[in-house]
Design a binder for this molecule. Structure first.
Ligand SMILES: C[C@H](CCC[C@@H](C)[C@H]1CC[C@H]2[C@@H]3[C@H](O)C[C@@H]4C[C@H](O)CC[C@]4(C)[C@H]3C[C@H](O)[C@]12C)C(=O)SCCNC(=O)CCNC(=O)[C@H](O)C(C)(C)COP(=O)(O)OP(=O)(O)OC[C@H]1O[C@@H](n2cnc3c(N)ncnc32)[C@H](O)[C@@H]1OP(=O)(O)O
Length: 382
């Protein structure tokens, strides 16, 4: 796998850092998640393939263990607000001193500087601050956050993973590590670069929810079908729009022009009425194999059995029988091979990992008896 041999220490976080760690693990890195001690259960649902070490970083001996792990590792991912690592004596200056080749990846909402750097926040706040939230939502409604996808995952975990891979690549030339400052505000904004760069194309001249790609246009919308499901329509170009009209069995000479903004509400009404006349399966049969850019809106339960996704093996089933997306993208020679057994229990690999990093049995026993580390004796699943 592409990242085989790379050792990653991931300090346990909420959603973005676990995603970042999962990407690296899926593509072959060995990822060790550092959990808190005295934690009853983990909320990390993106932990496949990871190992867990339970370590009290608030104790100097615990911080010393993390430092020692970092000496022999390639990457550290830390998900706390600015200043937390420094307070623990684990800031980049201290850590990189002992291992200048380390990639020290910081993944926060507001970044390491600026007046919000130390403020709490969640995805919706970061998307709001990126400018993107102001553009999301239907006409005459409040801005709407698209789950926690844009900042936590696209602009956060994924962008951080890209930064880590770039830094690892650069390290081949320079032999040096570096600090990565991932701000989810900036990551989300960067993902949305097209929105800034396309201002002059006239795509966003109207108010929110009245533009072509923000639910204003009838040909870029979802429509309810007779069985209460939905179809997604993305027929932008005239030749594809023509196919849409044909599939809907409408007469284009009786319809307003595609790009007549003032007629969009009327056109939407006609499309809504038409789509409501058949089931999703019936519409899929009509549009499959055409260029109308019409697809069913599939639920999470349905995606893996859709013929196209099944043919490509786009979804995987783990040992528990749970379905999830196969890691993307597909690399032809060194594809990701996600671990199919469940994620680790907290502290499941503490003694194993410490032994691998050179700790003696005595040292491990002492750390355990003083509560600096915890070892979960449950049989390893990895
Ligand atoms: C919208 C999403 C988040 C969705 C996640 C949800 C799915 C989950 C969120 C809450 C969960 C529920 C909750 O936990 C209660 C239940 C728990 C139960 O076990 C399960 C059910 C629950 C209902 C559970 C269910 C779900 O899992 C949840 C609903 C997001 O937007 S995520 C993005 C958030 N933002 C960031 O990540 C940006 C960077 N980080 C931050 O800004 C802050 O970390 C943050 C997120 C604001 C949290 O602030 P907080 O004050 O809590 O932490 P920090 O200031 O960063 O400091 C960390 C402190 O912890 C100490 N520490 C860390 N590791 C260790 C260790 N190993 N040993 C000892 N101490 C440790 C560290 O030193 C800091 O201490 P201080 O505060 O003293 O400096």
């Amino acid at each position: 796998m592409a990242l085989a041999g790379i050792r990653v220490i991931e300090l346990a976080g909420l959603a973005p850092a676990p995603f970042c760690g999962m990407i690296l693990s899926d593509f072959g890195a060995k990822v060790i998640r550092v959990d808190r001690t005295k934690a009853s259960m983990t909320v990390d649902v993106q932990s496949r393939g990871k190992q867990s070490v339970a370590l009290d970083l608030k104790k100097p001996e615990g911080a010393a263990v993390l430092k020692r792990l970092c000496v022999e590792s390639d990457v550290l991912i830390e998900p706390f607000r600015n200043g937390v690592m420094e307070k623990l004596g684990l800031g980049p200056n201290e850590i990189l001193k002992d291992n200048p080749r380390l990639i020290y990846a910081r993944l926060t909402g507001f970044g390491q500087s600026g007046s919000y750097a130390k403020a709490a926040g969640h995805d919706i706040n970061y998307v709001a601050m990126s400018g993107l939230l102001s553009m999301l939502g239907r006409h005459n409604e409040n801005p709407y956050a698209p789950l926690n996808l844009l900042a936590d995952f696209a602009g956060g975990g994924l962008i951080c993973a890209m930064g880590i891979v770039l830094a690892l690549l650069e390290r081949v030339k320079s032999g040096q590590g570096q600090v990565i400052d991932t701000s989810m505000v900036e990551g989300a904004a960067y993902v949305g670069s097209f929105l800034w760069k396309s201002q002059n194309l006239g795509l966003w001249n109207r108010s929110r929810g009245e533009n072509m790609l923000d639910s204003g246009a009838p040909f870029y919308e979802t429509y309810k079908t007779a069985d209460g499901k939905y179809m997604a329509v993305g027929a932008i170009e005239p030749q594809f729009y023509e196919e849409l009209i044909k599939g809907l069995d409408l007469d284009s000479s009786q319809l307003p022009l595609q790009m007549s903004f003032s007629d969009w509400p009327e056109l939407k009404r006609i499309f809504t009425e038409t789509f409501a006349s058949k089931t999703q399966a019936e519409w899929s049969k009509i549009f499959d194999g055409t260029d109308a850019c019409v697809t069913p809106v599939l639920s999470l339960d349905e995606v893996s059995s859709h013929p196209h996704n099944r043919e490509r093996g786009s979804f995987i089933v783990d040992a528990q029988g749970d379905i999830s997306p196969r890691p993307a993208p597909l690399l032809s020679r060194t594809p990701a091979m996600p671990c199919l057994s469940g994620g680790p229990l907290i502290g499941e690999h503490t003694d194993l990992v410490l032994a691998e990093y050179g700790y003696s049995k005595d040292e491990i026993a002492k750390l355990q008896s003083s509560g600096i580390i915890e070892c979960n004796k449950t049989k390893s699943r990895l």
